[in-house]
Design a protein around this ligand. Structure first.
Ligand SMILES: O=C(O)CCC(=O)C(=O)O
Length: 289
């Protein structure tokens, strides 16, 4: 079991979420931040700039979302990290898991209202309704690349015990007294936050400059649970980012994207030749056995 797996399983079952500080070490956080800086201004750059310079980031609360796969390696490697995959296996309850959401998300205080109503994620993650059975669960989460404090828009999560009276199928909750019952997912850069598609949660407002938040988001489920996914990867197949990732990825990293595994009937001389031409540099030896 990966570090934190047992406690995370208990917390997920009891509360509907788990907060794991220190999931990434300092070097991994630094590499992730350098990778994010390829896309987003640092808070110093953003807050010093004229408003029109980064107007795209002021266009609404979802403007700072960018999809996997990314340029460089760190963010791609973190979203498919052996530690994260091991945790996903444990918590989803399956050996063969798939990444079905991967995004980077930057938010900066002072310009956009990031406050959301308490909601569940399943309506745009599954065609069905979430199941708690091992092998059928979805695990959703965030990785923090900046310190997330009460002022920098922590995700707010409602422990399951405060939602026990909610009718089945409820997607949004009227706030009422709920804001006193929420837990703010604060934590240093390197923290991972995990939750289930039935957990009520919300994005929260950021304070004034220099408040900001840099994260990535992910979702895992078992192979074959085809009714659950928020994104898929073949449409990225024409990008340099995907080509770079596929050429250098481990077999396990490719597996979590749904690539044909070693030993699959897919593999023959024709497909190996096509894959070698498509992803120059890829090591096909595992797919020859
Ligand atoms: O940004 C966050 O902390 C949560 C966002 C969220 O729950 C959503 O956009 O559905």
């Amino acid at each position: 079991m990966p570090a934190g797996g047992h406690d995370a399983a208990l917390a997920l079952e009891r509360d509907g979420f788990a907060i794991l500080p220190g999931f990434l070490d300092a070097a991994e956080v630094a590499a992730g931040r350098a990778n994010l800086a390829r896309y987003f201004p640092t808070p110093e750059e953003f807050f010093a700039a004229a408003p029109e310079k980064f107007a795209w980031l002021r266009a609404g609360q979802f403007a700072g979302l960018i999809d996997f796969p990314f340029v460089d390696d760190a963010l791609n490697d973190h979203l498919t990290h052996p530690r994260l995959v091991a945790l996903a296996r444990e918590l989803v309850g399956a050996d063969d898991v798939r990444l079905v959401q991967g995004r980077a998300w930057a938010k900066y205080g002072g310009n956009v209202d990031f406050d959301q109503p308490l909601h569940r994620d399943y309506p745009n993650h599954t065609l069905a309704y979430p199941s708690a059975k091992p092998g059928l669960r979805e695990l959703i989460g965030f990785i923090y690349y900046s310190d997330v404090t009460a002022d920098s828009g922590p995700t707010c999560l409602l422990p399951h015990r405060y939602a026990s009276d909610v009718p089945v199928g409820t997607r949004h909750l009227a706030e009422g007294t709920r804001r006193q019952q929420e837990v703010q997912a604060v934590g240093p850069a390197g923290t991972v936050v995990l939750y289930s598609p039935l957990t009520f949660h919300r994005g929260s407002a950021l304070g004034p400059p220099p408040a900001y938040r840099w994260i990535t988001g992910f979702s895992y489920r078992a192979a074959g649970v085809d009714w659950t996914a928020n994104q898929c990867w073949p449409p990225a197949g024409t990008t340099d980012e995907l080509h770079r990732f596929m050429a250098r990825a481990t077999v396990e990293q490719r597996n979590v994207l749904g690539f044909p595994p070693p030993g699959h009937p897919y593999w023959d001389d024709d497909t190996r030749a096509g894959i070698a031409a498509r992803y120059p540099g890829i090591d096909l030896s595992p797919y020859r056995q």
